[in-house]
Design a protein around this ligand. Sequence first.
Ligand code: 3PG
Ligand code: CO
Length: 554
Amino acid sequence: GVSWKLADHPKLPKGKTVAVVVLDGWGEAKPNEYNCIATAETPCMDSLKKGAPELWRLVRAHGTAVGLPTEDDMGNSEVGHNALGAGRIFAQGAKLVDIALATGKFFEGEGFNYIKESFANGTLHLIGLLSDGGVHSRLDQLQLLLKGVGERGVKRVRVHILTDGRDVLDGSSVEFVETLENDLAKLQEKGIDAKIASGGGRMNVSMDRYENDWNVVKRGWDAQVLGEAPYKFTNALEAVKKLRAEPKANDQYLPPFVIVDESGKPVGPIVDGDAVVTFNFRADRMVMIAKSLEYENFDKFDRVRVPKIRYAGMLEYDGELKLPSHYLVSPPEIDRTSGEYLVKNGIRTFACSETVKFGHVTFFWNGNRSGYFNAELEKYVEIPSDSGITFNEKPNMKALQIAEKARDAILSRNFDQVRVNLPNGDMVGHTGDIEATVVACKAADEAVKMILDAIEQVGGIYVVTADHGNAEDMVKRDKSGKPLLKDGKVQILTSHTLEPVPIAIGGPGLSSGVRFRNDVPSGGLANVAATVINLHGFEAPSDYEQTLIEVVDK
Ligand code: 3PG
Ligand code: CO
């Protein structure tokens, strides 16, 4: 069994309220016109940076530092919060799928054998995000999956595509569809009936998260399962091109469409006897669709027809719910997270964000595990997000409300750790709207200020950091760092970045003599957990990534 008892820290006291603030999508980069954080008025974050050089630093938030395959992989909220909460670096879904495909284990596991049963008499449906973003899915993995099933007896394949434009450039959907069509043509040459059957933009169709809006999943269900959508095309490339040509259209929000044959019949609704794979490895935006495909009792929307299928996820998406029950690759085993340790050592924990990021500071923080460790010691508060809008319309989002909840939790003295995620930099950054993102960054800064003021009042400690970059660079750049042009215009970057993120600690409760060590220069998000555990007065578990702080005698 695990020994949960944490040793006392030799120098740091217990009993201080610790606020842990995660600014989503808040990286550090040189000021310029595409750096919305630098452009925005952010007096609070500025003062942390300028105030105490020994209490502010940068940490790595992308690539191998957070368990991603390569240093070219930008950070994201899943791997960022996993690392922040778990204090260790786990090979993440993207990498685990790569390994399983490279070794061939992918096609030998329980999950694959399960779906393979349907290959002789049914259709294999593949549903997922079509891009090379590497955040939720990757095109090359889909390609290997298609090739692999082609070599293993599949007779009929239907791909239900979700266009991206959020982890990759807007407009890139067209190329990805072309690439996929080529791959499907290769299968057709081998006598396999392989086609795109439906599609839609990821933010509009299928990929909602944390139950923000079930209509999104319903639109996906209608197109993928029922073969019903407001738009019908005989060809997916034409569908994407035409729908993109509508005013204000973009890849993220394309409406749902189905592909029909010459007689107008949908080419690939999901029916009894079929197999379905959701090929995204990342969990948050697959949990809801997995529930709709798998649960017998389901009341979130009327499914109309529930086909008897063999369904497997690329990964297991929720370790607590064991969802889905079949999957192709085992997820990272993120165990013994800092949240679990702290609760088991009596730390009363409060966590809060608005819906669209709520699971980030709970589910991801706790190693992709839903629910409480100990309901008596923990309280998780979700502020409902606005739904049905893009966040550039309301860039303040719920930052103020989140900060108020955190402030009240701090002032109540009922909690030892108060943890929040402030979504603005990220969610508005993803819209590519620079002006709105500047407003968003200001709102996040004001929220930080409110939380720090509360910490001041109770004599507590704050840790302010971020999960990955986004708002600090809103333009696609070439290798030398110059903005890339397309048709004479700069290409707006809606995605995350490779930048490091700041971490600042302080507050009246911080023991004098605490400062950042200078012997962890390549520290990353995984080093934050040990740091926070120390600030609660404990030594971190010995296998955690080392703490970022030391205590010098003064
Ligand atoms: C999303 O799911 O919104 C993006 O693909 C990634 O954003 P996040 O990692 O900040 O949630
Ligand atoms: Co993001």
